[in-house]
Design a protein around this ligand. Structure first.
Ligand code: HEM
Length: 106
């Protein structure tokens, strides 16, 4: 990147995308085109391009499911509610039982 005569900022602007159009627009010399033999990474598929766009965009991807409704997150939320409720039930039952046995003594 440091060795690119056009600077690294132009390369960073197209990083992760198909930069063919930008490369052609500059009107790179024959020797620059020949250097593609060493630096050409490959064809960028449309799917990969879209994915990378969604990552670089500030807005979150709409297809990501909300964390609260998936798998472990959902069950831990239910447990967070049920465990204190069960403890409360046990405490009330113990209190009733101990009161009953105390009454029976006298
Ligand atoms: C592996 C890919 C690339 C190689 C090997 C390469 C190579 C070169 C070389 C050798 C030059 C010097 C001028 C010339 O000989 O044409 C140059 C200039 C330049 N390159 Fe690239 N380049 C690549 C990709 C890109 C891309 C993707 C962009 C734009 C997004 C870009 C933008 C520029 C610009 C703006 C200049 C300066 C042109 C000028 O001052 O007239 N290059 N590049």
């Amino acid at each position: 990147m440091d060795d690119h005569p056009g600077g690294d900022d132009v390369l960073l602007q197209t990083a992760g995308k198909d930069a063919s159009e930008e490369f052609d627009d500059v009107g790179h010399s024959k020797s620059a085109i020949e250097q593609l033999k060493d630096f050409y990474v490959g064809e960028c598929s449309e799917v990969l391009e879209k994915k990378l766009e969604s990552v670089t965009d500030a807005k979150p991807a709409a297809k990501d499911p909300p964390t609260s409704t998936n798998g472990a997150g959902f069950y831990s939320k239910i447990l967070q509610f049920l465990v204190p409720l069960m403890l409360l039930g046990v405490a009330v039952a113990l209190r009733k039982y101990s009161k009953k046995t105390a009454d029976a003594k006298y």
